[in-house]
Every structure is written in structure tokens, then in C-alpha cells.
Design a protein around this ligand. Structure first.
Ligand code: CAO
Length: 416
């Protein structure tokens, strides 16, 4: 089956998570992704948090599937020459080095554009160009703090909190992938490449859009009625942390189910969506609440929302999270069990859809990873193993016209 990105050649000059997540996605969809890595060491994640001695760590294998690996010292003149050849025949270069690293290597945007005016140069940085922090190196949690996620996550009586989801890293990579695909479509019209830049701060803020909405509402009216602080608590002049309340505006909470005393994940998320109030009352055996003025509207419910959640928890006390959801789904009530990584890894639906996949690997045996979350009617992205360090060096160099002797010479001087 041909894949839509077949024929698109990408120089993957990325490391850690933000950049690799982007290029992995493009590789699943058919792009020829050549990961350029420093000889001897490669991407730092090959060694980070290893669970098997001498085998690439899961951190690397789960972010670099479907790619080729070329080792190349791009600070040596011979290495630069190889990279220049590769640039001349590639469509995209993706990088997420620290600020200025590519320029210091001698590959500024101007130089890249001169070498290949059709090439798209895509970058991830912590902050956007010209930002007063644009010289900072940035990792995930730094971005979550700088992008507004941390100040709005957690409980009102605790400190700002980091989300486990990679809002700064993989999320930024997904934004970059959209930018690259847009620039490729643009190139079809103009024949020209362009620079595509995404900052981690901007990408986090993009996902915190509803919190910026709330900041403006707070400034206008002084309170946010769907937050647990309303109506009894205090509001300052900034959006507070709302615990487990719904970001979209529907009151909801994480509620205890049978077994919560011993199982830290025996919970469901329960949403009291306005239109679902009647079915909720029916499901809970509380038909008298349907027309009671103290419960009928969202506004009337808010002052005693925790008492309502308490009643729901009493109803949940003899039901597991799965049993509870099986009952509530029949009433069209938006809810879900709080699932653990173990439950997700073994979920038959996720296995069947290709969202959780088991990939054979030359050194590890096999490993589990998250496959494409995007599904197509005409294409099924297949996940293949991440490359060993330098596994495709000879193949890529031969493709660039280097002879066996040339490759031997490059190895002798440790340029590859
Ligand atoms: N050959 C020779 N040199 C190479 C090379 C190669 N193949 N690949 C990289 N290098 C060099 C770079 O040129 C750079 O050299 P100089 O600093 O001397 O110019 C050096 O390796 C280190 O690059 P770096 O600054 O990117 O690496 P770091 O470990 O110090 O910082 C990180 C890591 C992630 C903080 C930084 O890259 C960064 O801020 N990136 C942008 C934001 C980002 O993507 N962060 C997300 C990371 S995922 O959590």
C-alpha cells in the first residue's frame, strides 16, 4: 500500500522527545526519515532510563520507530560535506537543538535556503524567536510552567502542578508536524521552501486556550461559576487551580468507586452535563431532583455540587469503576473509568485499533508502543522498530554516491 508521504525525504536532526515525536509521525505516514546522530553516542535517550543493559532504552525506541539512523559528526568538515549533500536532495530538515546550535554548526536558515531553496526547515525551540527568553534551553516541565498549564493545574490549596501528558514535548512535535505538512502543500503552489518554527511555550498555551478565556471572564465579572471556588470560596485576579473540575465548563469530578480504599485508581470521572441532568437523576434513583428548584439548573446546583458528588459516591460505593460506567453509559452520561497504564497496555480495543502495538526489535526482543492515534480509511500506518545507532549509515552514504572506500575513510576519521 503506498502511503501519502512516500517520496518525502526528511533529515531528522532531532533529539529527546519534541522533535522525534514529530518525525516519527511523519515516518508512520510514509516519509523517508533519516535520523542524523552523533557517532558513538547518538540521541541521548538511547541511554536514558535503560531497562535492559546494552539495548536502546524505551524512551528512544518509542519515539523513533520507522526511521533510519545515520551517524555523522556535523562539526567535522567531512561530516558537513555529507550533510550538505543530503540537504541538496531532501525536502525537509527538522531540528530541536538548543538556541543557536544549528547556526554555530554553520547551517543557518540563509545557508540552508542557499543549499536547497525548496527545503522546509522546521524547528522546535522553548520560546519563539524574539521572545525575551529565546536564549533558554527548555524541557517539558519548563514549558508547562511557561505556557500557563502549571498555574492552572492542581488543587487551590497546593502548588502549581505538572501534567503527566507531554504538553511541552510531544504536543509541540504535533504542532510542528502540522506546520511541515502545511509548508509542503504551500511549496506545491509556490515551488519554495520556508522556515517553520514552533515554540514549546506557544504550543502549551494553545492547549490552555480555555484558561485564557477564563482569565477574561474573571476580569469582567470577578468569579467563575463552574469552578469549585464558586460561590463560597475567594477569587483573586488570576485564574485559579480548579482541582478536577471540567476545563470546558461542565462541572465534573473524579469520584470514588468500590475498592478505592486499597486501589488508588478505583475512580471514575463523572460529568454533570446540563442536558444530562434528567438521566443522571434517573440513573442514581433520585427522580425527585429532576424538577426540584434546588437542583434543576446548573446555577442552582453549583452551591451544593460537592453534596451532589457525595450522593453519587454513595451510589458508586458498591460498584467497580467498570460496572459503574456500564450502567451510566446506558443513560448517555459522559463518564469514564480512571484507567492505569497497565489497563491501557492490555486493553483489547486499543490493541485491535493499532493504538497500542507490539514491535519486534533486534536487541530488545519486542516492546510495546503507542501507534498512530490518527486513523485513515485508506491507510493503516504500520509501526516498525527504531533503528540501532548508525544502522543505515552505509545505505544512506551509498545513496549519496559514496563508495565503500569513501565510507571506510569517513569511518577512519570518525566523521560517521
Ligand atoms: N555532530 C556534532 N555535533 C552535534 C551533533 C552531531 N551529529 N548533533 C548535535 N551536536 C551538537 C550541537 O551542535 C550542539 O553543539 P554546540 O552547543 O557546541 O553548538 C550540541 O551538540 C548540543 O546541542 P543542544 O544544545 O541541543 O543539547 P543540550 O543537551 O545541551 O540541550 C535541550 C538539550 C533539549 C535542552 C536543547 O536541545 C533545547 O533546548 N532544545 C530546544 C527545545 C526542545 O526541543 N526541548 C525539548 C526537548 S524534549 O524534552
Amino acid at each position: 500500500m503506498t502511503k501519502p508521504l512516500e517520496g518525502v525525504k526528511i533529515i531528522d536532526f532531532t533529539h529527546v522527545q519534541a522533535g522525534p515525536a514529530c518525525t516519527q509521525l511523519l515516518a508512520w505516514f510514509g516519509a523517508d526519515v533519516i535520523k542524523v546522530e552523533r557517532p558513538g553516542s547518538g540521541d541521548v535517550t538511547r541511554n536514558q532510563l535503560r531497562d535492559i543493559p546494552d539495548a536502546d532504552a524505551l524512551y528512544f525506541t518509542m519515539l523513533n520507530s520507522n526511521k533510519k539512523s545515520l551517524t555523522l559528526d556535523t562539526k567535522k568538515p567531512e561530516g558537513k560535506e555529507v550533510l550538505e549533500k543530503l540537504i541538496r536532495e531532501s525536502d525537509v530538515l527538522v531540528e530541536n537543538f538548543g538556541p543557536g546550535a544549528l547556526d554555530r554548526m554553520g547551517f543557518s536558515w540563509e545557508r540552508l535556503n542557499e543549499l536547497n531553496p525548496k527545503m522546509i526547515v522546521a524547528s522546535v525551540k522553548g520560546f519563539s524567536d524574539g521572545h525575551h527568553y529565546d536564549d533558554l534551553k527548555v524541557y517539558e516541565n519548563v514549558a508547562q510552567c511557561a505556557g500557563g498549564a502549571a498555574s492552572t493545574t492542581g488543587f487551590w490549596d497546593g502548588p502549581p502542578t505538572i501534567s503527566a501528558a507531554a504538553l511541552g514535548d510531544s504536543n509541540t512535535g504535533m504542532h510542528l508536524a502540522i506546520g511541515i505538512l502545511t509548508a509542503l502543500l504551500g511549496r506545491d503552489k509556490t515551488g519554495k521552501g520556508q522556515k517553520v518554527a514552533v515554540s514549546m511555550q506557544d504550543s502549551v498555551l494553545n492547549l490552555c486556550r480555555v484558561k485564557l478565556r477564563d482569565q477574561q471572564r474573571l476580569e469582567r465579572v470577578g468569579y467563575l461559576e463552574e469552578y469549585p471556588q464558586y460561590p463560597h470560596g475567594e477569587f483573586s485576579d488570576v485564574v485559579p487551580r480548579g482541582g478536577n473540575a471540567g476545563g470546558g465548563g461542565q462541572p465534573g469530578w473524579v469520584l470514588k468507586c468500590k475498592g478505592w480504599e486499597t486501589d488508588p485508581n478505583a475512580y471514575i470521572y463523572f460529568t454533570i452535563q446540563g442536558h444530562a441532568w434528567e438521566p443522571i437523576c434517573k440513573a442514581l434513583g433520585k427522580p425527585e431532583w429532576i424538577d426540584d428548584p434546588a437542583y434543576k439548573t446548573a446555577e442552582a446546583r453549583q452551591p451544593h455540587i460537592f453534596e451532589i458528588f457525595g450522593t453519587i459516591e454513595a451510589w458508586l460505593s458498591d460498584k467497580t469503576k467498570f460496572e459503574a460506567v456500564d450502567i451510566l453509559r446506558k443513560f448517555d452520561i459522559p463518564c469514564a473509568p480512571v484507567l492505569t497504564m497497565k489497563e491501557l497496555a492490555n486493553d483489547p480495543s486499543l490493541r485491535a485499533s493499532g493504538t497500542i502495538v507490539e514491535v519486534p526489535h533486534k536487541k530488545r526482543g519486542s516492546y510495546l508502543t503507542v501507534g498512530s492515534p490518527i486513523k485513515f480509511s485508506d491507510m493503516k500506518p504500520e509501526v516498525t522498530a527504531s533503528p540501532l545507532l548508525g544502522e543505515h549509515t552505509d545505505e544512506v552514504l551509498a545513496g549519496l554516491g559514496y563508495s565503500k572506500q569513501d565510507i571506510f575513510n569517513l569511518r577512519e576519521i570518525k566523521a560517521v
